[in-house]
Design a protein around this ligand. Sequence first.
Ligand code: 57M
Length: 359
Amino acid sequence: MLYHLLYPLHTQFSALNVFRYITFRSIGSAVTAFLVVFLLGPVFIRWLKQQQIGQVVRSDGPETHLSKQGVPTMGGVLILAAIALSTLLWADLTSGLIWVCLGITIFYGMIGSVDDWKKIKKGNTKGLSARGKLILQVIGASLVGLYLILHPVYDGTLSLPFIKGFQPDLGWWYVPFAVAVIVGASNAVNLTDGLDGLAAGPVMITASVYFIFSYAAGNAIISNYLQIPHVLGAGEVAVFCGTLVGACLGFLWFNAYPAQIFMGDVGSLSLGGALGAVSIIIKQEVLLAIVGGVFVMETISVILQVGYFKISGGKRIFLMAPFHHHFEKKGWAEPKVVVRFWIISIILGLIGLATLKLR
Ligand code: 57M
């Protein structure tokens, strides 16, 4: 909105010319999202406590988690409010890509809200059925895939990190591929969100890397120089990535150990869906498997654990899945597990950035 209101006045006030720059508006969107969460956090936490919207902790988890019973949850509502407000304020609202990002994020947030609400009202960790959740996620992601494949700027080609010149064209198969990326990313962040700050940190790091890639992909000269797909309008997605970074940074202020609030499925599903959608929109899909490697690692640990558990009649590969619980069971303190996963996430983010040059 600010872009539409203030930039046209740059002819009278030259300083307002700054609103044309994506970097300026991305920094503005990050700071705004941070301030919304940082300033409203205490009030929101108090309100959640008054409403008794507290976490129901599973009895079969690590013993250290039992003390987390009743911690206010659904903090993702505040994260989404910050993302939406900041996007509406700072992004160019004539960009259809911005509405796709915002739409999938809020839609997945609504799915998560229903899941969280059912758990809180029932007093258990059941929530929405896995099948119901998946169907809704596939519907949302399919709409994104269809929008893009029908969008004149897009085709079904896939760009691969480290490999230049080879862009396999999936054609219409790009739609189910896009669904797999968005739904996969959403559920991967959801699984990862099991320790204080463990999801928000890597989401912030991943969004920071995708801020850089979005800016580059939207710039014809830079994308050509770096030999990455040029995506018309992708620059605006950088502003959206700024809101993800700022909102997660603000949330970490309260979600850092010992957490005063959890984001809930409303937060984890929406943030994961947002990252998945951004990676599809700027045509850096496979890169997400590298930069979001912590989420991939957590998901693979669950697949291996559940699979082996079933075929071996109850044996385990890890002490407990997802992977973060394995280290807790080994006696690592929760903050140590979280910070070490952040370190891994930062290293993977740097490797992701390195693919810009290593081609
Ligand atoms: C999402 N939710 C956390 C919080 C957060 C198949 C199986 C691996 C599924 C998996 C599962 O249930 N995943 C659901 C993880 C939960 O966090 C809530 O959920 C939201 C995110 N979706 O925002 O509202 C608990 O995580 C802890 N937490 C924190 N700090 C945070 O900032 O400490 C969350 C955020 C919270 C709190 O304790 O209650 C979760 O873990 O449920 N299941 C599991 O992850 C379970 N693993 C398991 O069953 N492993 C078995 C299987 C694979 C064979 C095994 O390895 O033997 C573990 N999770 C829990 N208890 N809580 C272990 C059992």
